[in-house]
Design a protein around this ligand. Structure first.
Ligand code: HEC
Length: 141
């Protein structure tokens, strides 16, 4: 373009520069946004994986896992003072009886000796917590 033939050259040039600069800024903004989102996603992935791993490494214990189930499902019958059946209100008692408890909670409701009596069968995942507790060494806490 001939500068002399085009009187608005200066202005044109200026505007063109502004336009290009704006375009570049917009691109940079987009890139930054993309990087922030990417970083957030990576962070999210890392924390959830970390949580999953630490959950897996945590062992089943009486206080954290077993006691709440027993207090919930085996009361009042097996929990003193109201309970008149074999007491399962302490760590020592539950630890000593875990095998007979497992036999009873694995039965089906129509079988003789099924536990918890007069209640629905415990879920497989709940029963498995008892199995895992044994595997983990019957820890108290
Ligand atoms: C509604 C009351 C009731 C509930 C709830 C109950 N039981 Fe029982 N349980 C009984 C009775 C009654 C007996 C005695 C009769 C028998 O042995 O079947 C008994 C006996 C037992 C025995 C045999 C005890 C022994 O003397 O060797 C085990 C083991 C047992 N229950 C486990 C459980 C477990 C585990 C739960 C909770 C998941 C539970 N029970 C919930 C009433 C109950």
């Amino acid at each position: 373009m001939n500068k002399r033939l085009y009187p608005f050259y200066q202005i044109h040039y200026l505007f063109q520069n502004v336009f290009v600069t704006n375009l570049l800024l917009l691109r940079m903004k987009k890139t930054c946004l993309f990087l922030v989102v990417l970083f957030a996603l990576i962070l999210q992935f890392c924390t959830s994986t970390y949580k999953a791993i630490s959950r897996k490494n945590r062992k089943v214990t009486y206080v954290n896992n077993i006691q709440p189930i027993v207090m919930n499902s085996c009361s009042p019958c097996h929990i003193l003072p109201e309970g008149k059946k074999k007491a399962y209100n302490t760590y020592a008692a539950v630890k000593a009886s875990v095998d007979s408890m497992l036999i009873r909670i694995r039965k089906n409701p129509n079988e003789k000796g099924f536990m918890p009596a007069r209640s629905p069968k415990l879920s497989d995942s709940t029963i498995n917590i008892f199995v895992q507790w044994k595997k983990d060494g019957l820890l108290e806490r």
